[in-house]
Design a protein around this ligand. Structure first.
Ligand SMILES: Cc1cc2nc3c(=O)[nH]c(=O)nc-3n(C[C@H](O)[C@H](O)[C@H](O)COP(=O)(O)OP(=O)(O)OC[C@H]3O[C@@H](n4cnc5c(N)ncnc54)[C@H](O)[C@@H]3O)c2cc1C
Length: 418
């Protein structure tokens, strides 16, 4: 079965889906108000980690006890803007509930593993077929700790990873100094997730995927969709004044997807977990394996632009201006983690803020909308949109062709009451 499909949004999810659908013979148009991979999307400035270990939800047992601290702590990895609390509270309660027991997080980890376990291999293949082999490298990913005790304090996370087949090797202090001398002496124990991969320029990668899709006949319209209409045939009304019709519409507009669907009576709970990056564009990055130091909880990734420090979770409404103090927290942690950075007295830095499109249950929303089966959701990937994109593209194709496997059902939008 094939036909005409419009993909709304040219971030990693929309771009990868558009290419996959075109390969399967669909006649694809993709619309975005911005250029593919532009700074406006979360896909531009993320950590670029393609980790089979990213299956641990943010909401874990006991998190609720820490919430008052998050409202006050200026240096922690998670903050909540208290002025946004009235809008955030319903989402926040569901978020905390999703992580309230070991059974719940075990289920979430297993479902995320279905999307992520072979993410590195899928991305290597995607990079190859879009002519971007130089952007996706499989050198493993390093989770660094001050000592073994701090690693053991995260026992549940690593237990879940082991249960889901994540392969890793322990590095002792000697191994760390030998293989990653740039990492400071405060880190004496590390876990190397051996088949983890990373992307050296996620914005460029997305643009390259859209270019490859265009070579396969996909039409790109640089215009935002102002409305989605669901009649005899679904239609997308573009800001340019044009109206496009198709057999199906895939909604992959990241954090803005909810706003586009609301006029149709579709209410998917989604909030922005805002994140930041600082890219040190001056000097060389003297290591090739991305690192996540446990103390700063940030992804430190060697990129084509320099060392990218990305992280922070700031729960605040989408329209709030960026709070650049969050980026300074990342920078402070980096200075403490990599002594070589302090030798550069006038570093050149680029700062960025983006919106992780996050559902309260920590799972993306993929599949047809119950009351609008011609509209396919492909959003809500939170912290793992890059890693999960190729598998998501396959699930979008299955949804378009009315094949929903048992394993794909937990991601359906119908899990949220409309
Ligand atoms: C700091 C940070 C670090 C992260 N690190 C990682 C990581 O290491 N690994 C990982 O896997 N994930 C990571 N993520 C998460 C990842 O970036 C996201 O899950 C992913 O980029 C979401 O992709 P998307 O395509 O759904 O959304 P986006 O990339 O936001 O794309 C949505 C697109 O839709 C367009 N759009 C919006 N409204 C409209 C409209 N009305 N009409 C047409 N187009 C529209 C936008 O312009 C945009 O291009 C991180 C996120 C952040 C913020």
């Amino acid at each position: 079965m094939t036909g005409k499909v419009i993909v709304v949004g040219a971030g990693i999810i929309g771009a990868t889906a558009a290419l996959r659908l075109a390969e399967a013979g669909w006649d694809v148009a993709i619309c975005d108000g911005n250029a593919p991979g532009s700074e406006a999307g979360a896909s531009y400035g993320n950590g670029g980690w393609i980790s089979p270990a990213s299956i641990i939800p943010m909401s874990m047992p006991g998190l609720w006890r820490k919430v008052p601290g998050f409202l006050l702590d200026r240096n922690g990895p998670l903050t909540i803007d208290w002025r946004s609390l009235p809008q955030l509270t319903p989402w926040l309660l569901r978020f905390l509930w999703a992580g309230a027991s070991k059974t719940r997080v075990r289920r979430t980890a297993k479902l995320l593993s279905f999307l992520l376990h072979d993410g590195p291999e899928r991305h290597l293949e995607l990079a190859r077929k879009t002519g971007q082999e130089q952007l996706v490298l499989q050198k493993g990913l390093l989770y660094a700790y001050p000592d073994r005790a701090s690693f053991e304090a995260e026992a549940l996370s690593w237990e879940l990873r082991r249960e889901n087949g994540v392969a890793y090797a322990e590095w002792n202090e000697t191994e760390i100094r030998r293989r990653l001398p740039a990492l400071g002496p405060a880190y004496r124990f590390a876990i190397h997730v051996v088949n983890g991969a990373h992307c050296r320029d996620t914005g460029g990668y997305v643009a390259g995927i859209v270019d490859a899709a265009r070579r396969k006949g996909v039409q790109f319209h640089q215009s935002a969709v102002t409305a989605i209409l669901d009649g005899v045939t679904p239609q997308a009304v573009l800001e340019s004044g044009e109206t496009l019709s198709a057999d199906r519409i895939v909604v992959a507009a990241g954090i803005h997807s909810g706003r586009l669907l609301r006029p149709l009576g579709v209410r998917i709970p989604m909030q922005s977990e805002r994140g930041y990056h600082v890219t040190v564009t001056s000097g060389q990055t003297p290591f090739e394996i991305p690192v996540m130091p446990s103390t700063g909880r940030m992804a430190n990734t060697p990129t084509d632009m320099g060392l990218r420090l990305s992280g922070q979770v700031e729960l605040a409404t989408v329209d709030k201006p960026p709070n650049w103090e969050r980026a300074q927290v990342l920078q402070r942690h980096a200075l403490a983690s990599y002594p070589y950075l302090s030798t550069d007295k006038t570093p050149r830095l680029r700062l960025w803020m983006g919106h992780r499109p996050s559902t309260p249950d920590g799972l993306p929303v993929i599949g047809p909308l119950s009351r609008h089966p011609s509209l396919i959701a492909a959003f809500g990937h939170g912290h793992v949109g890059i890693a999960a994109a190729p598998k998501t593209a396959d699930l979008v194709l299955d949804a378009l062709e009315n094949r929903i496997s048992g394993e794909a059902r937990p991601f359906l939008p119908s899990r949220f009451r409309q």
